[in-house]
Write a protein that binds this ligand. Structure first.
Ligand code: SF4
Ligand code: SF4
Length: 168
């Protein structure tokens, strides 16, 4: 898998081995529910990933405003897209009052329904959390990736507000 874009390549490398519970396979907690049909057909592709996965056996792409990837429910770890590598977290972009952008790692509200770690707000392996933050910082150095990250961050902030309103 040859990744041309530097920011994406760094993000992939950071999350090659780091996983939510460190040495413990979190798939054992939930029977790898995030790789099942219900979840595995809606992974958003980050910029430059469409080209990477096009024509790859075991993966189908649905085109749209954001391309979606569908997998067969099994994959070789080194071929996982970034959405799977950072799941169930997301590197949210915050802008401070001086206009500086910062990455804040959050549980992705889209993962709450499926992932027990997210639902219970389990404390995750700090190396994994750090890797997601650093991946976010790398992505911010690339204009297309940064635009995607910021747009998704705005959407997730709205989702979180809605969650708070509904749950009181
Ligand atoms: S749903 Fe959550 S706990 Fe289960 S395998 Fe995926 S990330 Fe791990
Ligand atoms: S690409 Fe791999 S890690 Fe991602 S949902 Fe499919 S089987 Fe799971």
């Amino acid at each position: 898998m040859k990744i041309e874009n530097k920011a994406l390549r760094e993000a992939y490398a950071l999350l090659e081995k780091n996983t939510p519970l460190g040495k413990t396979d979190c798939g054992l907690v939930c029977n790898a529910v995030c790789c099942t049909d219900e979840c595995g057909d809606s992974m958003e592709l980050f910029p430059y990933e469409k080209e990477l996965f096009k024509g790859t056996e075991g993966f189908d792409i649905t085109d749209g405003e954001v391309p979606l990837l569908r997998c067969s429910g099994r994959c070789e770890r080194y071929k996982r897209p970034l959405a799977c590598r950072i799941y169930p977290l997301f590197p949210l972009v915050d802008t401070d009052e001086d206009g500086n952008e910062h990455i804040r790692v959050i549980y992705d509200p889209r993962a709450t329904a499926a992932c027990p770690l997210c639902a219970k707000r389990t404390k995750l392996d700090r190396r994994f959390v750090r890797a997601v933050r650093r991946a976010g910082k790398y992505l911010l150095t690339d204009s297309e990736s940064a635009a995607y990250l910021k747009k998704t961050s705005d959407y997730l902030k709205e989702l979180i507000k809605l969650e708070v309103m509904l749950n009181g």
